[in-house]
Design a protein around this ligand. Structure first.
Ligand SMILES: *Cc1c(COP(=O)(O)O)cnc(C)c1O
Length: 386
């Protein structure tokens, strides 16, 4: 069960996710239910195991990006509600009702086409674009928006159970962004009110993501769609949360070879690094094809034997070199590229900052060449290979 290729692997620590969820739950107001966003292989953490684990912790709502992810959750044993957050082509309406999946409706035309294709009711939440500029009904007018949704609710075989919107800038303290977020919420809440005045009852009306749930939690949102914070990362690195989160993923790789080089020697493609003195390099069996970005070349550090050491030269497809001069690092030793070693810690957010992206992209980008080693309280539970 615990046999896997130890070249490069990602540990997924369930106990950390559990503690993150306990903290996130303290943010929720009234009857708001936690919806676990598990799209993109649970942000790279494995959607064959994590959603089931979340279900065992009492989570009843799940969100994914597409029908394929939704079907996989059902096949894995998810019995709770599954909402597809993005556009689903009406040609999949059979899958939607066969697997009891809730589809997002992106526009009236989308709903109409879904209705024409469906032979049974398709469960739907209508998306309202209140300022994200992505999917959803965009009317710039609350009454017109309510009209559109009312029309959708009357279509044959469209079972409209909810409406939602997505906040574009809830992760910022900037005054303009705060105003923008409040406008998005106010727009949404007045559409909700118009619909209930017209007697259209909706089980779910929701607009909170991780950042929204942290700073704008409100029982008016029946669901809080938390993604990134479940996994212990921050929606934005500058945010102060009321608690610390624990990153769930650690990324590790083995030392494949130790290479002593003389002063003046070049390292890796393009000769971007030249040794200023004699050095000892360790070659790690991980590269950009594992999802460890080449943009981290000569920038990032890794942990080995509890110390931070530098990556030297360009990161290759399957290997990279680190400076281990003066240490007794040997082949078979394990380096931590993301995670904790002794008193040192490297987070996905730290790497993201180094190359101008966000922690989300770092963890989602860990490729399927990397086995996910699922652990609980430091014991291996299972290994997921793709
Ligand atoms: C991805 C996504 C979320 C989760 O966002 P986080 O910032 O990871 O919490 C919530 N809602 C929608 C519509 C999304 O696409």
């Amino acid at each position: 069960m615990s046999d896997y290729l130890k070249r490069a692997y990602a540990e997924i620590h369930l106990d950390r996710a559990k503690r993150n969820i306990e903290k996130i739950r303290t943010l929720l107001k009234g009857n708001t239910e936690l919806m676990a966003v598990v799209k993109a292989n649970a942000y790279g953490h494995d959607d064959g195991v994590l959603p089931l684990y979340f279900q065992s912790l009492g989570i009843k709502y799940f969100a994914v990006s597409n029908i394929h992810e939704a079907e996989n959750l059902r096949k894995a044993g998810i019995t709770g509600e599954i909402l597809i957050l993005g556009y689903t082509s009406p040609e999949y309406c059979k899958e939607l009702y066969d697997y009891n999946i809730i589809s997002t409706i992106v526009s009236y035309e989308h709903a109409e086409e879904m209705s024409q294709n469906a032979e049974q009711p398709v469960r739907c939440h209508a998306a309202i674009d209140t300022g994200m500029g992505r999917i959803g009904i965009r009317t710039y007018d609350q009454t017109k928006c309510a009209d559109e949704i009312e029309k959708i609710s009357k279509l044959k075989n469209i079972a409209l159970e909810g409406i939602f919107t997505h906040l574009a800038a809830a992760d910022s303290y900037d005054e303009e962004n705060v105003k923008y977020t409040e406008n998005q919420r106010n727009f949404f809440l007045s559409v909700k009110k118009f619909l209930s005045d017209r007697g259209i009852s909706l089980k779910h009306t929701h607009y909170l993501n991780s950042a929204g749930g942290t700073f704008y939690a409100d029982s008016e949102s029946t669901l809080a769609r938390f993604g990134i914070m479940l996994y212990g990362l921050y929606p934005d690195v500058s945010l102060k949360l009321p608690f610390e989160l624990e990153p769930v993923m650690e990324l590790k790789a083995e030392v494949g070879y130790v290479n002593k080089i003389k002063k003046g020697s070049f390292v890796s493609y393009g000769r971007t690094f030249c040794a200023e003195s004699d050095m000892t390099l360790a070659v790690l069996t991980i590269g950009y094809a594992d999802g460890y970005s080449r943009l981290l070349s000569s920038k990032a550090e890794v942990l080995i034997k509890g110390k931070r050491v530098k990556i030297v030269g360009r990161i290759c497809m399957d290997q990279l070199m680190i400076d281990v001069t003066g240490t007794d690092v040997k082949p078979g030793d394990v380096a931590t590229l993301i995670g904790i070693d002794g008193n040192e810690k490297i987070t996905a957010d730290e790497l993201a900052t180094l190359y101008g992206t966000i922690g989300y992209e770092v963890v989602c980008g860990i490729s399927k060449r990397v086995p996910r080693v699922i652990m609980n309280e430091n014991q291996i539970i299972t290994v997921r290979e793709y």
